[in-house]
Write a protein that binds this ligand. Sequence first.
Ligand code: ATP
Length: 298
Amino acid sequence: MSVTVRVPAKVNVQLAVGAARPDGFHDLANVFLAVGLYDEVTAAPAASLRLTCAGPDADQVPLDESNLAARAARALAGRYGVEPAVHLHLAKDIPVAGGMAGGSADAAGALVACDALWGTHAPREELLEICAELGSDVPFSLVGGAALGTGRGERLRPLEVGGTFHWVFAVADGGLSTPAVYREFDRLTEGTDVPEPVASDALLSALAKGDATALAAALTNDLQPAALSLRPALADTLAAGRGAGALAALVSGSGPTTAFLAPDAETATRVARSLTASGTCRTARTTTAPAPGATVLS
Ligand code: ATP
């Protein structure tokens, strides 16, 4: 018997970052949108916790105790006093270290898969609590759709989305470390007055209406200057997508994946082709949003 759970990637349609707090974290106003690129996490009984991974970036995924999926399984097992005797297989399609919360998705997927496999039937609130302990982006991977994250991003309020949005994601070669991008943000904003992060009303209303043009005008990512500073070539990718007809282009989360909002599916396909031909990225993927959160497939 095994359980397979599908989990989505995310793009931050707004990522407002406050000044570094004394504990080093940053307050955020983080509008998450789940997109239709997925990892699948399969949990099957085993003698002890074991992890395998397949997919284009599989060699970059740590298979030791640092893997977020393994940590999720251990956290659930610890709470319920069961042995984490499980084989977790990650079928990874979400770019690794790409700013799309792939590791967080795997954590949420492993949690839901182990909960079903072990019959622990943890209440949703408890699953969300474990998610928040594992990382600020993990609760959103569980719920999917769209949500406003405040605090470190882990306090979530679901948001209404009034339509389907067409996206293209340009996957870069190699990843960017999220902590390194935050350090660069701190360096670039040192001595400046960093405003309190607040969600944009224009953006929330564009999401609620399903209005791609209005959403394009409201997209912001305060980490973008830091990601571009560490990886200047991303500016060429953004320009290539804009030139091919995207309504807007931005760095996804901490990067280096870049995200392009298109007015319709045809334009998205054209933008993806141009991005691939431009030689400024490894590959370009089209997809739609919002996508559902962690879903048990079998
Ligand atoms: P975020 O957008 O949440 O900042 P990300 O998408 O940039 O994250 P991830 O793909 O989550 O980045 O990977 C970040 C790092 O986490 C990787 O370099 C890897 O060392 C580690 N990691 C731990 N568990 C996983 C996992 N299951 N899948 C991928 N990376 C993992």
